[in-house]
Ligand binder design. Sequence first.
Ligand code: PXG
Length: 292
Amino acid sequence: MSLQIYIDGQFFNKEDAKISVFDHTLLYGDGVFEGIRVYDGCIFRLGQHLRRLYASARYIMLDVPLSIDELTAATAETVRRNAIRDGYIRLVVTRGAGTLGLAPWLCPRPSIIIIADSIKLYPQEDYDHGLKLVTVPTMRNRNESLNARVKSCNYLNNILAKIEAHNAGCKEALMLDHNGYVVECTGDNIFVIKDGRIRTPPVYLGALQGITRDCVIEIARDKGIPLTEEPFTRFDVFDADEVFLTGTAAEVIPVVEVDKRPIGDGKPGKITHELIAAFRQRTSQDGYQVYR
Ligand code: PXG
């Protein structure tokens, strides 16, 4: 059976799931989204993802046409219809169809799209051997222009950085802010560890407040590993004993090289391994159960 896609209360076969070419999410990137994992029939931290989605929508003055309970039910139903036990949900709220002009108030009906599919994982070797990063020239958008906490459908800032990393032979890009502080990667938050202390950039520097990031912060606190959210520079990255990234797609993944400098001994570190194991444990405990 074809993948069943939810659009505005109805399910469509993948081939028939269509949105207007006048939708401002296509014309202008005017919309918000979430990427959510399903682990063993549980939607990981669905409540947190939906709260972030509504916060993003509020920021861009987009009224989500469903209540949070209705959207929870619609998301669970989409997972169920596609019999997904382990997979990936893409939830999009579009601005809706309007005119060929920016004005969002001329788009009367926002649309909700929910796709639940299997997930293409990073290859295991990236977890075993770690990722290589390169610092890219494209800086993170300033919060004063577009607050990075908004998970909007305008990802060109990140996409340009991703292209630059790819051109340099790396899978992820290290992105800085206009002052040279480390902010995040194109689809992952970053953490550095030095002398047993973990640091991650504060979201006010222009990072997304990642759900995986929040989870790792909780794990570190529970384990009694000191962790602070504070600005740092590339010097601190090169000087770190361990570096890792967090994100819905990557989960927790070690970084072993940044700008051709090996991190620590050039191998994934001990604390990173410990956090990966603890995160995997939480994924099976911390979700909305779809199948009861
Ligand atoms: N920073 C940025 C810029 C992101 O886009 C993260 C950090 C990590 O956040 P979470 O909440 O996932 O821990 C993200 C997440 C996709 C996709 O399909 C992108 C993300 C997540 C899931 C899917 O490209 N970005």
